[in-house]
Design a protein. Structure first.
Length: 240
């Protein structure tokens, strides 16, 4: 009887393990879309939702609405001169934006957010998951070199919005981390961004191509040095 009882317990344990494994496989990563309920009307916008009468700065995969006090930088990949991000200096803060191709019916932000958090922790930083105006976001402190050669923690917010076949990622730093007025101003700036996904097939997570504005393109490789745009180097990198 004892052997039969032990065999039965082993079968039950095996069944429980198989059930747990099946549940893990069935659940998988969270691929639901993450976006404000009013995204289509309040932004960030898809190209099909943007107001055509507004004087956007056309940067290819992203369009930026100009406003007083806004300074735009094209962040260029060293060696290739490929524009990989848009840097926006505004309200004593910085906002870096990048747009990535995404599936039509599922989102990328939940998975990419977890990957960003993992990278931050590996760099010796800290990260807190918060629920912000765009949905789940990360408030992080990342070690960075200070001007005097010491290491200081650089605080940043990582936000993301899943749209129609795209993900828009933003990295916010500066006054907008704590100052309510600057925070509201930068959040409104992020809301005003337009993503131009285009109709060409693209693998999910691929960076939607960015281009130099036509008004500056005639100045050659450094043509981004127009009155409101200067080249720089990526501060956040691509969310790969």
């Amino acid at each position: 009887m004892t052997d039969d009882k032990d065999d039965a317990l082993e079968v039950v344990a095996a069944d429980e393990e198989a059930t747990e494994l099946a549940n893990e496989i069935a659940t998988g990563p969270d691929d639901s879309k993450s976006a404000p309920e009013d995204r289509a009307t309040e932004g960030p916008f898809d190209a099909s939702e943007a107001n055509p009468a507004r004087p956007y700065v056309d940067l290819g995969g992203i369009k930026i609405l100009p406003r007083e006090g806004l300074h735009l930088r094209l962040e260029v990949e060293e060696g290739t001169n490929r524009v990989v991000a848009i840097g926006l200096d505004y309200a004593g803060s910085t906002l870096q934006v990048q747009a990535f191709a995404a599936p039509r019916t599922t989102g990328l932000w939940h998975e990419i957010r977890e990957q960003i958090e993992d990278q931050i922790l590996k760099q010796g930083g800290t990260s807190t998951l918060e629920n912000g105006p765009f949905g789940p976001e990360l408030l992080a402190a990342v070690p960075a070199a200070a001007p005097d050669g010491t290491t200081a923690a650089r605080r940043a917010r990582f936000v993301g919005v899943d749209g129609p076949r795209w993900l828009l990622r933003g990295v916010i730093a500066g006054r907008a981390i704590e100052d309510p007025a600057a925070k509201a101003a930068v959040e409104d700036l992020f809301r005003s961004v337009v993503v131009v996904r285009g109709g060409n097939p693209m693998p999910p997570r691929d960076l939607i191509p960015l281009t130099i504005p036509q008004t500056a393109a005639g100045q050659g490789p450094a043509g981004a040095q127009g009155p409101n745009a200067t080249p720089g180097s990526p501060t956040g990198g691509a969310a790969r």
